[in-house]
Design a binder for this molecule. Structure first.
Ligand code: HPA
Length: 242
């Protein structure tokens, strides 16, 4: 069984045939919401809405440790994490799907490891390549199968939020090698790695990053949003259906 973590605007998965929901408690506190179980293209899936069902949790308020622990504890063998991002690289226009291959973490003050406290000795987790290559490859193949062409690799910068960035901050991220920017990819990916849970990120570009578009447009254009959510659903169908 694979897990799907839904991001902003994706508190539910319309293509999931829901069988039941379950509240899970963890040693790290409560996850964002109850877990939803169901079938997607005939495969068992467990789903969680990262921000809670009413989008009540800001990126820095999410209990990433509880979410990942709950999914792992319930038997998930891998995670497809969905998130919206701002586009920095010129070809990362709103509406694009990206499966990032690397991360730069700018977050602070989040509970970002399971290895702390007297009972958990320090472990330095290997994180050279933060995403699971097999899951990434399958996602890229699924994107191609839906007929979407182009380059879908990218470096994901994770900012603290909840405010958006300044234009100068985005230029700095760009100079550091970032192609897209979001607020929730970390510590999620690192915690998955600590649990040995294969994890890949499927990102949807919702806006140009600060200073990159023709205008400061943070709202997702409804027409572009509808098309890209459809692309996302087609990709997931292809991913689970093959
Ligand atoms: N910046 C950071 N996070 C985001 C953005 C952005 O422009 N868009 C969606 N998530």
């Amino acid at each position: 069984m694979l897990a799907i973590i839904g991001g902003s605007g994706l508190a539910q998965l319309p293509i999931l045939e829901v069988t039941h929901r379950q509240v899970v408690r963890t040693p790290y506190g409560d996850p964002s919401c109850a877990l939803t179980y169901g079938k997607l293209a005939g495969q068992n899936v467990v789903f969680i809405a990262r921000h809670g069902y009413g989008h009540s949790l800001a990126p820095h308020e999410i209990n990433y440790r509880a979410n990942l622990w709950a999914l792992h504890n319930q038997g998930a063998k891998g995670v497809i994490a969905i998130g919206t991002v701002g586009g920095i690289r010129p070809d990362m226009a709103p509406g694009r799907l990206v499966v990032p291959h690397d991360i730069i973490d700018y977050t602070w003050g989040r509970k970002h490891t399971y290895f702390e406290g007297p009972e958990r000795p320090v472990v330095h987790t290997e994180f050279t390549s933060p995403y699971d290559q097999a899951l990434r490859r399958r996602l890229l193949e699924a994107i191609k199968a839906t007929g979407i062409s182009g380059v879908h690799d990218g470096v994901y910068a994770c900012t603290q939020g909840p405010r958006l960035e300044t234009a100068a901050e985005i230029l700095k991220l760009e100079r550091c090698g970032a192609d897209i920017v979001g607020m929730t990819g970390m510590p999620e990916a690192a915690l998955a790695r600590e649990l040995d849970l294969p994890y890949a990120h499927l990102c949807l570009v919702s806006n140009w990053a600060a200073g990159k578009g023709r205008q400061a447009q943070v709202e997702f254009d409804p027409a572009v949003a509808a098309k890209s959510v459809q692309d996302l659903m087609n990709t997931l169908q292809a991913f689970f259906g093959d």
